[in-house]
Design a protein around this ligand. Structure first.
Ligand SMILES: *Cc1c(COP(=O)(O)O)cnc(C)c1O
Length: 482
């Protein structure tokens, strides 16, 4: 006899569940609507950490109480990147529209690995829009991934296929051909990690010095390629950055594109934050040359304001991209009709088979806000960065440490590194404004990356006021303790 409990995980009492669901939705609307009233971030009390150190629950719990725990112990202790005062690292702010789209995607629970379904068509439409944005040909391919780290890895693997041929997938790298790639000293660490994971090794990634504008020095690049060629190595890739993580510099893309063409190298652009500047009328001209890239990696979850995660890789030669990842397997057999139709599938363009519906929140973001408005938001973050630079110039106790190319401002309080490090931590703990820190020419810098669409001039003012007050306070206490 068949012995099942007829048990499912669907709600037993839908009306009650519906009420609870509406309450959860309203709580998140309240959170987003009233973000400004909260601290950007706050230190985590020990007792809150303890809440998440209990054993595996065996008995059924209750949705309302899980939600209460979320409201009390999770939501107040997030990193705060949704908050207008958040300026740390390079984090996007997300939107209420993106949140709703995520809910729809989760409800549908689509698996975007492939097959005959409209969710895949939605992703294909995004690929088309991205091609259009970067003036890439119809034959270019694109794929949603977790983030630019993964997009950089995929790009390096496609570039590896370009130089070694498809045979590299079976035979591996050849000991006779030492591949070398080039990037600048301020490239993101994920470029080196990509070389590592691709089996080429981080030592094979040459770190080209910067010019005075913190961009890759192209004379040094040409020299390094020449030296490597003379040594019998095989240069294969140049990875430029559009919007460096330190200062927001854009490498000289047209000159790098020329060098790549002349030397027959793959031209990759890490445009994690900067590439979407193509949406902004005043930023797009700064990105000139990006349309000549062989591959571009970027994040919709940074300047695009799409909720995490929504990285993207665009490859000019779609066939080469396909040949780098597509693998035959009987259970992945393609058909011309039925549910197994619709080849090629997204899983043919990257390492993931099961994939979430990242395209939907991105589609909603573009449908609801439109490219122009998103572009204005991007322009606005750069205008705020220029405003911050001006405020720094006006304050005798503050000093700018790097040119402001886009939306990132590096500065310091005129004091020691340790005082500046203390200021950054005190700012974060104050909950008023949350910059991060980096090192510029050996000096510790307070770094404000303005990515969030909610940030306004008053947040910049609050950062300046708090920095000056905390700096003076630390100096005063130092004087007293002497
Ligand atoms: C953020 C960033 C990355 C990493 O992107 P993830 O989405 O975090 O994987 C890579 N490069 C640059 C320049 C970045 O700003």
């Amino acid at each position: 006899m068949l012995d099942t409990t007829e048990e499912t995980l669907d709600p037993e009492d839908w009306p009650k569940f519906r009420l609870q669901g509406h309450r959860m939705l309203d709580d998140m609307f309240d959170y987003i609507e009233n973000l400004r009233e909260r601290p950007v971030w706050q230190p985590i009390p020990d007792e809150v950490r303890e809440v998440f150190r209990t054993p595996l629950p065996t008995e059924s719990g209750d949705l309302a109480s899980a939600h209460a725990t979320f409201m009390q112990d999770v939501l107040p202790y997030a990193i705060g990147n949704a908050h207008p005062g958040f300026m740390g690292w390079v984090h996007g702010g997300g939107t209420a529209v993106g949140m709703l789209a995520e809910m729809l995607a989760a409800g549908l629970n689509a698996n975007l690995g492939g097959r005959e379904q409209i969710p895949v068509e939605v992703e294909r439409q995004l690929v088309g829009w991205v091609r259009e944005l970067f003036c890439f040909p119809q034959t270019a391919s694109g794929l949603f991934v977790t983030g630019t780290s993964m997009a950089n890895l995929i790009s390096v693997l496609v570039a590896r296929t370009a130089v070694m041929g498809r045979v590299v997938r079976e035979a591996g790298l050849s000991p006779e051909r030492h591949l070398v790639g080039y990037t600048s000293v301020s490239a993101h660490i994920s470029m080196a990690q990509a070389m590592d994971m691709a089996g080429i090794g981080t030592q094979a990634l040459r770190k080209i010095p910067l010019n005075a504008q913190f961009q890759m020095d192209t004379a040094e690049l040409e020299r390094a390629i020449k030296v490597d060629k003379l040594a019998g190595l095989t240069p294969f890739l140049i990875a430029a950055t559009a919007g460096t993580v330190d200062v927001g510099a854009i490498d000289p893309l047209p000159a790098i594109a020329d060098i790549a063409k002349q030397e027959g190298l793959w031209f990759h652009v890490d445009g994690a934050c900067g590439a979407l500047g193509m949406l902004a009328a005043d930023i797009a001209p700064l990105l000139q040359g990006i349309e000549r890239a062989d591959s571009i990696a970027f994040d919709f979850h940074k300047w695009g304001q799409v909720p995490y995660d929504a990285g993207f890789v665009l490859v000019r030669d779609g066939e080469l991209h396909h040949n780098t990842f597509a693998s035959p397997a009987a259970y992945l057999q393609r058909e011309t009709r039925g549910m197994a139709a619709g080849s090629p599938w997204p899983c043919d363009y990257g390492p993931d088979l099961s994939r979430g519906f990242r395209a939907l929140k991105t589609w909603f973001t573009l449908q609801v806000f439109g490219a122009e408005k998103l572009g204005r938001i991007i322009s606005n973050t750069c205008a705020l960065a220029r405003y911050l630079r001006q405020r720094i110039d006006e304050e005798p106790m503050l000093e700018l440490l790097a040119p402001v190319a886009l939306n990132i401002v590096c500065f310091r309080y005129r004091s020691s590194d340790s005082v500046n490090a203390d200021i950054v931590v005190a700012l974060q703990e104050s909950g008023i404004a949350a910059p991060s820190s980096t090192r510029i020419n050996g000096q510790l810098a307070i770094r404000a990356a303005i990515v969030n669409h909610r940030t306004q001039a008053c947040d910049i003012d609050a950062l300046i006021t708090a920095t000056l007050a905390i700096g003076a306070d630390i100096e005063r206490n130092k004087g007293q303790s002497k």
